[in-house]
Design a protein around this ligand. Structure first.
Ligand code: NAD
Ligand code: MG
Length: 399
């Protein structure tokens, strides 16, 4: 039986995780749920799944949650803040952590879960982008199992040799096992075809209207700028130990092939499915077994075209920024992520134009003096400093 903590249970991935869990009550027991501010939904989830612990962002949110729970007569303990998140992800009863908080806020509880040897289902790509080698080191040292939930990485994981090796054991060895490159597919988002001159005026709602996937607002904007693919390239580098030139981004607007692996003998192995996150979530929850995900099966008669094109880096400058951050190494991936988080939040708040998101990231990367990502403290400092620089850059841009 998997005893599960869902970090970010009220988000898009969190809710889909609980959908799959609901279908398999004999396999899964929810021990802890966390949310930032949506206490109503979290209270409903507690009513249904009866976790031992529920965690929210602030002491005020904790008070409201306690009130709601006591009105419903629910026994769940309530905690809050970063310490509460770590308490949830490292609880003795928990053996599996779904890391589905968005952004840097997920790093600490996910890292602590890795150190504690929990099985980690990783959706929170920002945590890995920030802490790369340190995180993979923690996984290897504790013997924790790491299963990628991001659909592309889950697809690659399924297509690589030795997919049973979940502890990073095969990491870095894939070229010697005949892997030439991985083909990271991308839909190209809602603005793939929009005239370039119109991009400057797009609104947050337009950016969040993804053609194929329903997701949280931050990752939806990342998909529209293609920073999401840039973060995923870095994610693939750390997860599978591949260099940037062994990871090729391929635009595939239909989002049916979720990614592929090309082998030295000419074989290309792909994973296909509906664009529905319940498939990779069920893969991670059920691993090493396959379980029903509640996803419509793929009907080949309804697939008209599977098309492919190269990514246009004039339209999507964020992709190149991610590659340079990866190549620079050290704290630059952390800086890339932090400045992108700041810029996307400003765009979602109508304080920054869509096309300025990549400008903010580029200028922040240029201003940051790189350092070794030698410890979590250094990484968190770099994250904070990058946020300060990005805010200054945005001020300069608006004056
Ligand atoms: P979302 O915005 O829908 O949900 C985010 C969750 O994180 C919520 O439960 C929220 O309460 C919690 N949260 C937000 N800020 C927090 C903070 N400061 N402290 C603690 N908790 C906080 O996001 P999502 O779309 O579910 O994405 C979650 C993660 O999964 C992201 O890293 C994203 O890149 C990744 N991911 C999502 C999808 C998808 O289809 N949605 C696909 C691949 C990867
Ligand atoms: Mg993805």
């Amino acid at each position: 039986m998997r005893h599960i903590c869902v970090l970010g249970s009220t988000g898009s991935i969190g809710v889909n995780t609980l959908h799959v869990v609901r279908e398999h009550s004999e396999l899964f027991k929810i021990e802890a749920l966390t949310a930032h501010s949506n206490v109503e939904l979290l209270a409903q989830q507690c009513q249904e799944f009866h976790p031992r612990l529920a965690v929210v962002g602030t002491s005020d949110a904790a008070k409201s949650l306690k009130n709601l729970l006591s009105m419903k007569g629910i026994q769940t303990e309530v905690s809050y803040g970063p310490a509460g998140l770590v308490e949830a992800s490292t609880m003795a009863d928990v053996n599996t952590v779904m890391a589905a908080i968005v952004g840097a806020a997920g790093l600490l509880p996910t890292m602590e879960a890795a150190k504690a040897g929990k099985r980690i289902l990783l959706a929170n790509k920002e945590a890995l982008v920030m802490s790369g080698d340190l995180f993979m080191g923690a996984v290897a040292q504790s013997g924790s199992e790491l299963l990628p939930i991001d659909s592309e990485h889950n697809a690659i994981y399924q297509c690589l040799p030795d997919a049973n090796t979940s502890n990073g054991g095969s990491r870095g060895q894939y070229p010697s096992l005949g892997v030439v490159e991985v083909l990271l597919t991308a839909s190209g988002g809602p603005f793939r075809k929009m005239p370039l001159a119109e991009l400057v005026n797009v609104t947050p709602d337009q950016a969040c209207a993804h053609p194929n996937w329903v997701m949280g607002r931050k990752i939806s904007v990342d998909s529209a700028t293609m920073m999401n693919k840039g973060l995923e390239l870095i994610e693939a580098h750390y997860l599978f130990g591949l260099s940037a030139d062994q990871i090729r981004v391929l635009i595939h607007p239909q989002s049916v092939i979720h990614s592929m692996v090309r082998y030295v003998d000419g074989s290309v192995i792909a994973q296909l499915g509906q664009p529905d996150m319940k498939t990779p979530i069920a893969y991670g929850l059920g691993w090493p077994h396959r379980i029903h995900a509640g996803v419509e099966s793929l009907d080949f008669m309804k697939l008209k075209d599977l098309t492919f094109e190269d990514a246009d880096t004039t339209r999507f400058p964020s992709l190149n920024l991610a590659v340079s951050a990866l190549q620079a190494g050290g704290c630059m991936p952390t800086v890339l992520n932090a400045s992108n988080e700041v810029a996307v939040a400003a765009f979602l708040n109508h304080e920054l134009r869509f096309t300025d998101i990549s400008q903010v990231v580029e200028r922040t990367l240029n201003q940051f003096k790189n350092c070794q990502a030698s410890s979590l403290e250094v990484i968190l400092e770099a994250d904070q400093l990058a946020r300060v620089i990005s805010s200054q850059v945005m001020k300069e841009m608006s004056s």
